[in-house]
Design a protein around this ligand. Structure first.
Ligand SMILES: Cc1ncc(COP(=O)(O)O)c(C=O)c1O
Length: 380
């Protein structure tokens, strides 16, 4: 049965006032997510404490993420941010031997580079993979950087600055051929695209709940493929233990599952929001969402090109995700001018970023195009 996108759109009250195209910055609040957060407050007022119930919320987030990523629940850690997950993973990696290089694409969000640079004091050497003239990072650039000294390759699924999608499967195949591991940052894709960790073949993946997954800040996820569950993080805590209730202060006995990459008390209130957000994505269907976003972004790109906008994002469907980046002479000013017209976008580098979710429709595309035409003086 075809999804009812106008019913889906109606769940997001902000869309009655705004053309909201900033989901890669923060996804819109849906009514069921609002209700879940209110439920947390009600539970606090009526029950005071509910560790059993709160633990069940965190487990629901773990299971929901596993289903969305085509992983098993025991391969998912429920974290407080993407940075939190990357730090725990980094702490488990040994850089003391000859395989000590971390290859980092220049599409990474700062956190996905900074954390690896922080490992240089533990013996890591970081090498960056530059972009080509057209803005892409082609496979050859990865081939030039990944060698027999490479321990891990950090790649991003969809670049937060320009909307380019990396060729994750091909890069992962190359890395594996050369004995390196791959960590995928899927913060700008999970919830908007079908991120199938098994099909992609990656070793680890990371993200957070506040953007396309429709949850809130303060909750994240880390996928660790079962074959790597022997890794032992030195970032640890009581929620990482095999038995959380053991309260053993004389040993560190990490869980056999990816929970070993967690640390302290889970982000309870954020798990209420995350569970509701994941439920919404799963009930609409991630493949249907991906198709819807591909159609609406494709339409937007065609109309923007007709209007004379220069795009930083490639038109080719398999090389882009939910973001359309528009080149500007002053992206900050253009973002402000669009906001004055009720069109909410965001900017990075010289680009205005229109970041679509399945709740957007042609009226949002029209508002964006009209707003840009009216501010042609700021288009590059
Ligand atoms: C691609 C990507 N990775 C990582 C982050 C940061 O994650 P966190 O603040 O949860 O550590 C962001 C945030 O915008 C992002 O877009």
């Amino acid at each position: 049965m075809a999804a009812d996108w106008s019913a889906f759109r109606a769940l997001f009250p902000t869309l009655r006032q705004k053309a909201y195209l900033a989901s890669g910055s923060y996804g819109l609040l849906a009514q069921p997510v609002e209700a879940a957060v209110r439920q947390y407050l009600d539970d606090r007022l009526t029950l005071g404490v509910d560790w059993g119930g709160w633990g069940a919320r965190a487990e629901a987030v773990r299971c929901g993420m596993a289903a969305l990523l085509n992983a098993s629940a025991d391969e998912i850690a429920v974290t407080t941010s993407a940075s939190d997950g990357i730090n725990s993973l980094a702490s488990a990696i040994d850089f003391s031997g000859p395989r000590n290089k971390v290859v980092v694409s220049n599409f990474e969000f700062p956190t996905g580079a900074q954390i690896w640079h922080a490992q240089t004091s533990r013996g890591a050497v970081v090498e960056h993979v530059p972009q080509a003239q057209d803005g892409d990072i082609p496979l050859e650039h990865f081939a030039a950087a990944i060698d027999e000294t490479t321990k891990l390759v950090q790649i991003t699924h969809v670049c937060y600055r320009n909307g380019w999608r990396l060729e994750v499967e091909a890069i992962t195949r190359l890395a594996h051929e050369r004995g390196a591991l791959v960590l995928l940052d899927a913060f700008q894709s999970a919830g908007a695209m079908d991120v199938d960790v098994q099909a992609l073949g990656v070793d680890f993946a990371v993200g957070g709940m506040l953007k396309y997954l429709l949850g809130s800040a303060g909750a994240g996820w880390l996928y660790v493929a079962r074959r790597h569950l022997g890794l032992t993080p030195t970032v640890s805590g009581w929620f990482a233990q095999a038995d959380i209730d053991a309260m053993d202060i004389f040993a560190n006995d990490p869980a056999l599952s990816a929970r070993r990459f967690q640390t302290g008390t889970p982000p309870v209130v954020n798990c209420y929001a995350a569970e509701a957000g994941i439920d919404l994505i799963r009930s609409a269907g991630i493949q249907a969402i991906e198709t819807r976003i591909r159609e609406i972004t494709g339409l937007a790109m065609d109309r923007l090109a007709d209007a004379g906008c220069r795009l930083a994002t490639p038109r080719q469907d398999n090389r882009r995700g939910p973001q359309v980046a528009i080149r500007s002479l002053d992206a900050a000013r253009l973002t402000e001018r669009l906001a004055e017209r009720g069109v909410v976008v965001s900017w990075r580098d010289g680009n205005v970023r229109a970041m679509f979710h399945a709740y957007n429709d042609v009226s949002d595309v029209a508002a964006l195009v009209e707003g840009l035409i009216a501010n042609r003086d700021l288009l590059a």
